[in-house]
Design a protein around this ligand. Structure first.
Ligand code: NDP
Length: 335
């Protein structure tokens, strides 16, 4: 299909003792999996899932050695698909990229044609990765609230958990841009200033949404919620919604079990919506990427973005695993 090209990548191996080790390595395009389209990666980004993949979480990655990176933006280098031509700027997020298919923390990826989305003209490649899967997911959550009738004109609070993280910070920014009264929940008091700049009206601590009473219903507070935490925080939010409130649940950093009764659903009409960015429909992806370059773009995007190279990846993955990350990290795939 094309000449062999060598490129740097973040390469994770499974050691004899069962531990996982990541390091910058050199590979060639012949090492890449089969696929329709070879993409020269301009930028990737780091998401919580990449930290799970690089540390050997079997729910994310089972095949090693492996190159993580669930996000990539770049240009088509070679294509056997009529749909894509060399030189076209494209975004790839989700599907199996960076899970069991070598991912974006590399100079090149090779993927099925159906995984590609056109990079819209209103979005710079680097900005596309500042948003990345986190931005796509945040926007899906916002769309889910809007589609179910949650409106800024109601004046009530929409709460965002894990607010200083990737999904959370972008969700706070988009909701504020759309005129919502946003309450941001963070475990990092130092992030309050940034969240306020992003548009949050109220800053809450994690314990404010981590009810221990076990009551089936709590005081009605929020009209909408974007939850990246799961576990008892999600349970608390569902119990704290106003009538017809909508909760978009996308994350699990705080746990996977949600002990609930049916009361919030049958007495208050609460809607709990699951968000999946991995297999997000193509039409929704195109609409969201275009929105992120236009009406939903965040003026403070650069302020929440840190740019690194492959050698810095381990430090930032460790921060993600510890819940210490703030905002977004874009990765230039060079040594
Ligand atoms: P980040 O690590 O960037 O953000 C997560 C944030 O959650 C942290 O910064 C922290 O924010 C908070 N947090 C961390 N640990 C805990 C804890 N134990 N209890 C409560 N809060 C905690 O991750 P991402 O934004 O990339 O992803 C967030 C979640 O969303 C992950 O679970 C990820 O797997 C999921 N996700 C799901 C997608 C989907 O398609 N459904 C797509 C993308 C992400 P703070 O200190 O401000 O509280």
């Amino acid at each position: 299909m094309s000449e062999t090209i060598s490129f740097p990548c973040y390469f994770v191996t499974k050691e004899g003792d069962g531990t996982f080790r990541g390091a910058v390595a050199e590979r060639t395009t012949t090492d890449l999996p089969a696929g329709d389209v070879l993409v020269r990666v301009a930028y990737s980004s780091l998401n919580y899932k990449d930290a799970l993949s690089a540390s050997g979480n079997p729910g994310v990655t089972r095949k090693f050695p492996h190159v993580p990176g669930i996000d990539a933006v770049g240009t088509v280098e070679a294509s056997s698909s009529d749909a894509w031509k060399p030189g076209q700027p494209v975004i790839v997020t989700g599907h199996d990229l960076g899970q069991n298919t070598w991912g974006g923390l590399a100079g090149f990826i090779r993927v099925p044609a159906a995984w590609l989305v056109r990079l819209p003209a209103n979005l710079l490649a680097r900005d596309a990765m500042s948003y990345g899967t986190a931005g796509l997911t945040a926007a899906q959550c916002v769309e889910a609230l809007l589609a179910r009738g949650v409106s800024a004109s109601q004046g009530g609070e929409v709460v965002v958990t894990g607010a200083s993280g990737g999904v959370g910070s972008i969700a706070v920014g988009i909701l504020a841009r759309l005129g919502f009264n946003v309450a941001a929940v963070t475990g990092k008091p130092a992030a309050a200033e940034l969240l306020t700049k992003l548009g949050a009206k109220t800053i809450l601590s994690r314990k404010d949404v981590d009810d221990a009473s076990g009551k089936p219903l709590l005081a009605q507070r929020f009209i909408g919620a974007v939850d990246t935490v799961g576990g008892n925080v999600l349970t608390t939010l569902v119990k704290s919604m106003q009538r017809q409130g909508v909760v978009a649940a996308c994350g699990l950093v705080g746990g996977i079990d949600i002990p609930l009764t049916v009361y919030p659903f049958i007495l208050r009409g609460v809607d709990l919506v699951g968000i999946d960015s991995v297999e997000c429909p193509q039409e929704q992806r195109e609409r969201i990427w275009s929105n992120l370059g236009g009406a939903w773009s965040l003026p403070l995007l650069q302020e929440i973005t840190t740019e690194i190279t492959l050698g810095d990846v381990p430090t930032h993955l460790a921060r993600l695993l510890k819940g210490e990350a703030v905002g977004r990290v874009v990765v230039k795939p060079v040594k």
